[in-house]
Structures are given as C-alpha cells and as structure tokens.
Design a protein around this ligand. Structure first.
Ligand code: NDP
Length: 387
C-alpha cells in the first residue's frame, strides 16, 4: 500500500487518540496532514509537535493564540473556527479524512471532504443519522468510499467483503450498557457517574451516555440503513453483553457471517485506514477459554425508549432522524450537567419530535435549520425543569 495521507478531525478524543496510536504503529504507512480539536489545545499542541501536520485547527477562536504561540517556528499552519474545520480537509495531499468529531458538528466537514473527492473513515455516526441520504448520494456522485469505523458497522463491512449476494438482514450487537436488566423504577435516580461506567468500552462521554440509554444503538440502526442500503425491517438489534461478536450478516440462504474479536476500537480504526489490506499488529488476541460463554438477549425497548424512538424516526424519514439527533445531543449535555434525569432524556427527545414539523426530502440547509430549531426546542424543555 502506498503511504496514506490522513486528516484526523477530532484527534484529541477517544477515537482520535486511538487512531494516532495506530498511525504510531505504522509510521511507514501514514502521513498526517491535519489534526483538529475543539477545546483541548494542550493535547492538540503535543500531537502537532509529534506528528508534524501541515495544519491544525482549534475550533474555539479564543484558543488560537496559545496554539499559534506554541507552534510558532514549526511551519505548522494554525487555524481556528468552524469554517476552517470544514475547509482544511481540502488540502490536496489528503487521501483519507478520519472524522472522529462528536455530534452533528461533523456533518459539514464530511460533506466538504466528499465534494473534494477524499475517502472518509467515518466514526462520526451523527453525520449519517442527520443526513444519511444526502451524504451517501454525494459519496456515490463523487466516487468516494465511506469506510465505517464504528465497530458494529466495521463488522458488517468486513462480513460483506467478497460478497455480491443480497443481505436478508443484519444483527447489530449491543453490550446493553451499565443498566442492562434494570427496569424504569430502578433507572429513576441513576447518576451521571453510574451511566459513565461502560462495562466493555472506554469512550467519550457522549457516546458512553448514549450506550447506557441505548440511543447509541438507535443511532447505529440509522447509520446502518444508509451505509448498507437496508430497510428498517432488515436491521435487528441483539444484546450481547460480552461484546465479542461485533455484528452479524444473514444472507438469503440463512447462512450468517459474524465478525469477532476483543473489544478494542484500534481494530476497526486500523481496518478503515488500511482497507482493503490488513496489517500485522501485536494487539492482544482472543482466548476462547477466557470467554467460554457468549450470550444473547432481546433489547428492552419499553425501558430503553430511545431505541424505539430511533426506529420510529427512521421509518418516518425526512427530517425525523435529524430532530432525534439534535434533541439527544442537548439532552445528553443536560444530563451530564445534572440538569435532567436519565429517563428525562427520552422524554425531551419525544417531545421535541412532537414539536418540530416534518419536512420531506430535506436539503442541506433544511437539515441545518432543523438541527438548530430542534436544539432550541430541546433547550427550552431542559430549562422548564420538568425532566
Ligand atoms: P470524544 O468526545 O472523546 O472526542 C470528540 C472529538 O471531537 C475531540 O477531539 C473533541 O475536541 C472534538 N469535538 C468536540 N466537539 C466538537 C465540535 N463541536 N466541533 C469540532 N470538534 C469537536 O468522542 P469519541 O472519540 O468517543 O467519539 C467521536 C465519534 O466517534 C462520535 O460520533 C462517536 O459516536 C463515534 N464513535 C466513538 C467510539 C469510541 O470508542 N469512542 C466508538 C464508535 C463510534 P476536544 O478534545 O477539544 O473536546
């Protein structure tokens, strides 16, 4: 494989830092052109000094000066602001943009990168939740690959290599999170610290809360629809608490392919960055005797309402998934600040979906307007202190 030149958006986060670990293991395979962060300028500076990109972007304008000062004399261009984040992916030498930003802020940079013909390694599932049809249409039009980083979607993607046969259905596996098996009464007073204790994965705060509420799986169902061209009825969710089987494809003859491995995000990240090749690494290997039991359960959509809301939004289409995502982002932020309860998050999302009118066939500006309006409604619901 020729050396690949990467832009890593969200390089200071959980996926971003693990992606840089992968890059560190294969210095002969990758060059880094761009690194970006929102607030965490100290980590961004350290990463820039180690990986020597052409440019870094710090989203917050007031953090430009410390980054500029620390990197002066290095030749690394320092930029700030949302426009710079979208535009920096245009640098000619970039082959692959790894989008590891959290939230719908990832949408515009993804679209811009696709329009400039860059392949996308996509961790930022919110991009496809908000505007899946638009993004996949553009990817087709510009002949760029969307390489999934999410472990479940990477699993499906890996099961499909070499297959031209139609898919009957897929099973997305879910660990069930820290509250698996609990009923609504038991969830009434759960705290942020309890919700942040994921049993199997160490991830950023937002996706960890989404995992506890099963919204993460709901977002992944929507992401899978767009990545693999499936109907909602072809996408099933199965709870698999050990997180060893990362997802399963079932073909029309009833045969199933599953992709397995230890829960380690470096594996799907590496595959997205080296696809279609696999490179030898020395990460720990699976030991059957240490995992003698792999178990499965049905998800409890009555307790974990978010998964049901996500399926509903997907079936209704239009701007519904965009509303769901925006309201969820606001609800999760409020839960992390201790302003709403765990179960209150679903109620805010449901109420926001009721208050925002449906728009069929939205274009990019419809999505942006819908995202903003949904956030406003959800913020007001948070302020009402009823949740
Ligand atoms: P983190 O919160 O750990 O990191 C997010 C990154 O995005 C950080 O670099 C952060 O900068 C930056 N960022 C945050 N807000 C903005 C913004 N508004 N504009 C631009 N940049 C921003 O998230 P994760 O790494 O956990 O998740 C990233 C994405 O990957 C999410 O979409 C998540 O669902 C998905 N994903 C994550 C997995 C994981 O294991 N973590 C697994 C599968 C998917 P700063 O550090 O300065 O705040």
């Amino acid at each position: 494989m020729e050396k690949r030149n990467l832009a890593i958006l969200g390089s200071t986060g959980s996926v971003g830092t693990q992606a840089l670990e992968v890059v560190r293991s294969f210095p002969e395979r990758f060059d880094i052109s761009v690194l970006t962060a929102n607030n965490n300028y100290e980590t961004l500076i350290a990463q820039a000094l180690e990986f020597r990109p052409m440019a870094v972007v710090i989203l917050q304008n007031d953090l430009y000066s410390p980054v500029e000062e620390a990197l002066s004399g290095t030749g690394i261009q320092v930029l700030s602001g949302a426009d710079a984040l979208s535009e920096v992916v245009e640098l000619e030498q970039i082959n692959v943009v790894l989008n590891a930003i959290v939230g719908s802020a990832g949408l515009k940079p993804t679209i811009n990168a696709i329009q400039k013909g860059k392949d996308i390694a996509l961790a930022n599932k919110e991009t496809l939740v908000v505007a899946g049809e638009l993004v996949m249409g553009l990817a087709n039009q510009h002949g760029v690959k969307i390489l999934p980083v999410d472990s479940e979607h990477s699993a499906i993607f890996q099961c499909l290599v070499g297959e031209s046969n139609p898919i009957e259905k897929i099973y997305l596996t879910a660990s069930g999170g820290p509250f698996r098996g609990k009923n609504r009464d038991e969830l009434l007073f759960v705290t942020k610290d309890q919700a942040l204790k994921h049993p199997n994965w160490s991830m950023g705060a937002k996706i960890t809360i989404d995992s506890a509420s099963l919204m993460n799986k709901g977002l992944e169902v929507i992401e899978a629809k767009w990545l693999f061209g499936l109907s909602p009825e072809q996408i099933d969710v199965i709870i698999h608490p050990q997180s060893i089987i990362h997802s399963i494809v079932q073909f029309e003859d009833g045969s199933m392919k599953a992709q397995m491995g230890l829960p380690d995000m470096k594996l799907p990240i590496q595959y997205a960055l080296t696809y279609p090749k696999r490179y030898a690494n020395n990460y720990p290997r699976f030991d059957f005797m240490a995992h003698k039991e792999l178990t499965f359960e049905r998800p409890d959509m009555e307790t974990f309402h978010n998964l049901k809301l996500a399926y509903q939004a997907l079936r209704e289409g239009g701007n519904r998934p965009c509303v769901l995502n925006a309201a969820n982002e606001i609800a999760v932020e409020a839960f992390l600040r201790g302003e709403v309860s765990f179960l209150g998050m679903s109620e805010i999302i449901e109420e926001t979906l009721c208050q925002i009118k449906n728009v069929d066939n939205p274009n990019l500006s419809d999505y942006m307007a819908c995202d903003e309006e949904s956030r406003l409604v959800a913020r007001n619901l948070v302020l009402s202190s009823a949740y």
